[in-house]
Structures are given as structure tokens and as C-alpha cells.
Write a protein that binds this ligand. Structure first.
Ligand code: ZN
Length: 242
């Protein structure tokens, strides 16, 4: 049995801004400030309107999350895991950058799914986003599932969709089990991320918040760090490495 403390890292949009990805989903994110853009990622509008789907596919063609590279903060998390410390990532991001930085996929819980995959709304088959986008580039407005003809969507959790209960259950288990819980680049104003930070503190984990702006959980944190994530996280995680 490992004697190393389990480290949980909850990451939000702020960890990926150094990779050039803006905050879409947060309280002040792009989607919340633009109702027309928000329709493109709202399940009922998407399923009910071919024109919304056509515009969604055009948006996905330009999605910076698909071409972005991990930054020093993502690499620091992967380095800690490689050093032998048990690490689990719970992320609000859909960009896949923790895995690209070297975190094993099985140790990353994507609360809001992944923009790097598509899923069929009918048969639930999954495939790479790059394949679907290639079909759009080749002229299809709204590429359908190749297996059943159903409507394809990004494998992200749209507004109006439930989070995956299995992923959420694992996130809760890790939050309860960890000894250290980092909340990085998250406003902690969107559920379930907010509740997880509180749950970690209530269960006796050392809560460390790394975020430029104050969060509702700063009072419960053992440490609050305001410096840029790209320098703060490598320093903080470096202190934990074996
Ligand atoms: Zn299908």
C-alpha cells in the first residue's frame, strides 16, 4: 500500500488560458455572455434545429482546444504523477491537455466530457472529432453517425445535458479519499466543481486554491495562491514530488 498521500487536482478554465484557450463555460465565459453562441451548445436547440447544428460544426472547425498544446501547469501535474505520487485529475475542461501533457487517461476525470471526440446521440458510438471535422471540411453541413445515421455531437456535456453519473461518482470518491486537494483555475462557482472543493475540505483534505480571483471557498482553504498558475503550480507540485 502506498504511503504517499493521494493528491487530487481539480482544474478549470484558468489552467488552459496559457495554452490560448478562452473561458467558454464559466460565469463570465464567452457562452454565458452571448445567447446566440450559447444556443450552439444547448442540447435542445442543437437536436431540434439543423441550422444550429450547421453553425456548431463551423464553430468546431475553429475550436482552439483541438490544436492547443499543454503548458507548464499541465506538465507539472504529469511530472508529479510520474514521480510516483498518486495523482488524480478532475477537470472541468474539455481540451484533453492533461492527457497530452502525459497524464494517463485513466487518471483524468473529465466532468464536462471531451471536445476531442464525437458521440452519436442515438447509438452512443464514439469517434475522433478530427474525423468528423474532416467531413465538414469536405462539404458536409451536419455529418451523421456512419453506423446508424443518428445526429452526431461533440462528446462534451452541453447545457441541458446531465453530467455522466459514473464520472461524477468517481470524482466524489477521489475527493473524499484525497489528503491534498488543489483547485486550480476554477472560479468554484459552477457545480459540481464548487461542491467538490467544499467536500474535500469537509473531509479533512488540505485545500489549496490557485486562482487569480477570489472564490467562495477561500475561507476554507489552507492556502490561497493568487500568482499566475503557470509559475505557481510547478512550484507547489514540485514541493510534493517524491
Ligand atoms: Zn449512431
Amino acid at each position: 500500500m502506498s504511503t504517499q498521500p493521494l493528491v487530487a487536482i481539480l482544474s478549470g478554465a484558468g489552467i488552459s488560458t496559457d495554452s490560448g484557450i478562452p473561458d467558454y463555460r464559466g460565469p463570465n465565459g464567452l457562452w454565458r455572455r452571448d445567447p446566440e453562441a450559447e444556443k450552439l451548445v444547448t442540447y435542445d436547440y442543437y437536436m431540434g434545429d439543423p441550422e444550429i447544428r450547421r453553425r456548431s460544426w463551423q464553430m468546431r472547425r475553429k475550436n482552439r482546444a483541438l490544436t492547443a498544446e499543454p503548458n507548464d501547469a499541465h506538465r507539472a501535474v504529469a511530472d508529479l504523477e510520474r514521480s510516483g505520487v498518486p495523482v488524480r485529475v478532475i477537470t472541468q475542461n474539455v481540451d484533453g491537455l492533461h492527457q497530452l501533457a502525459g497524464m494517463p487517461a485513466r487518471k483524468v476525470l473529465e466532468l464536462h466530457g471531451s471536445a476531442r471526440s464525437v458521440v452519436c446521440t442515438q447509438c452512443r458510438a464514439r469517434g475522433p472529432m478530427t474525423d468528423a471535422v474532416a467531413r465538414v471540411e469536405a462539404g458536409e453541413d451536419d455529418p451523421a453517425c456512419l453506423l446508424c445515421g443518428g445526429i452526431l455531437k461533440s462528446a462534451t456535456v452541453m447545457f441541458g445535458e446531465r453530467l455522466d453519473p459514473v464520472v461524477l461518482g468517481e470524482a466524489v470518491s477521489i475527493t473524499k479519499a484525497c489528503q491534498v486537494f488543489f483547485a486550480v483555475g476554477s472560479s468554484l462557482q459552477v457545480q459540481p466543481a464548487a461542491a467538490l472543493a467544499g467536500l474535500a475540505a469537509d473531509n479533512g483534505a488540505r485545500l489549496v486554491i490557485v486562482n487569480a480571483e477570489p472564490t467562495p471557498y477561500d475561507d476554507q482553504a489552507a492556502e490561497v495562491v493568487r500568482e499566475p498558475i503557470g509559475t505557481a503550480l510547478p512550484r507547489l507540485l514540485g514541493e510534493l514530488a517524491v
